[in-house]
Design a binder for this molecule. Sequence first.
Ligand code: FAD
Length: 455
Amino acid sequence: MSVAHLYHPSLYRFDEAQPSYWEETAGDRDLAARPLARDEHCDVAVIGGGFTGLSAALHLARDFAVDVRVLEAGHIGWGASGRNGGFCSIGGTKLSIRRQMRRFGTEQTRRYYQSQVEAIELVRSLGSDEGIDFEACGDGEMTVARNARAFRALEADAEVQRRALGLDVTLLSREAFREQGYDSPEAFGAAKLVPTFGLHPMRFVLGLARAAERRGAVLHPRTRVDAWSKDAGQHVLETPAGALRAKRVIVACNGFMPEHLHGTLLGRPLPYQSNIVVTRPLTEAELDAHRWRNPCPSIEARHLYVYFRMLPDRRLLLGGRGDASGEPGKAVDVYRRLEGRIAAIWPHWRDVAVTHRWRGLVCFTSGLRPSIGKFPDDPSVMFGFGYHGNGVNTATWAGRELAYWLAGANSDDAVEPLHLPALVRGFCPRFPLARLRRLYARLGTLYFRLKDTIG
Ligand SMILES: Cc1cc2nc3c(=O)[nH]c(=O)nc-3n(C[C@H](O)[C@H](O)[C@H](O)COP(=O)(O)OP(=O)(O)OC[C@H]3O[C@@H](n4cnc5c(N)ncnc54)[C@H](O)[C@@H]3O)c2cc1C
């Protein structure tokens, strides 16, 4: 196993689509995009055709008429962007709010959360400005307490979120949640955080791609960058059928980061698996059995949580952490565990068939926060990654911020984006003994499991 590919090779088959519900219902896939077929050049080359890369390309082409190309190893949206849960939600870090405030101060922490709200609004506005029908649903995110102790913790968090961070959060008692959410032996009330909503991620990513093309960006799917060098001050990105020369590069690969391409990237990301199951459409009677009324994306109030939402055609989507190896056999156990959670939370749905199962990689960093910046040894290279299981809003926002920074709209030359919240600035330190990152992930899981147990 190379450092570039930390997990089992089955997770890096760029020529295969995941058997996801989103792939099956993606709608219009009509793009001009073609693989790079010969040597070409451009001003800015973006590696990675997900939310980060496509948002950067769209904003560069649309707002600054920059000559930009996107190189994507798979099809557009092949990575996490086309296969996530579709939560357009506040997140991006695994640091607790209290630790963020201790480390970055209340003002910077508040700035970070306000940028998260802004990022959700950015996604909504891209939908309306660029005519992307991503099937938005819900008007907030429910964090559901599975017992009275968890609800008390939600109450304490809500107070800080409102007072210190300016977030719009409402508490729903057990009875109120039964009216607005659903009935379950594992529902003791919830916190509702606005303005989160749910969307169809593949439709969003394809819509971004179409918008980027319309504004002049050139997209090259099925064009994996295999080597990266510099020649006469220009970057040379070697792909199977030709090389792309560019003055600047944006690295936008998050959990699928090809670390082997550049020494500066080695040991920075910690990819982590997330898996999803989707059921067949539920009947009205089945929904009534749990008094289901909840249109909002939802998560459990615990560290190792599952996330779930009801899709527009009444299928339940539920996802959670994957295994530490990436072997297809191990994924089967993960899907079984996720289906077990459906049976535990909604006992009347225990026999409802699951029709889709898939997985992908999210991305952690050693600082448990996103990383946006320029290479310290070469400021002509920019990067945005480490969204910690979030990304619909954060990656889209990071792409826009990279584009504005590159085009000079935020005129500072520092290698860290000083105009952005401190929480996202620059690289986090490399993981020591980077080959042990899967072990670190396993230890992290044990730690959070213990925290969930003792409260
Ligand atoms: C199962 C799952 C569920 C998730 N659920 C949610 C959710 O509900 N809400 C949320 O906000 N976030 C969620 N996320 C996280 C979110 O999807 C990601 O943070 C986000 O999509 C990252 O976008 P990106 O563009 O940075 O990276 P990606 O979308 O992963 O794109 C990176 C791209 O880089 C390409 N690439 C890699 N190497 C090369 C190379 N050598 N040459 C060319 N291209 C290359 C890959 O093919 C890939 O397409 C989820 C992720 C997963 C896996």
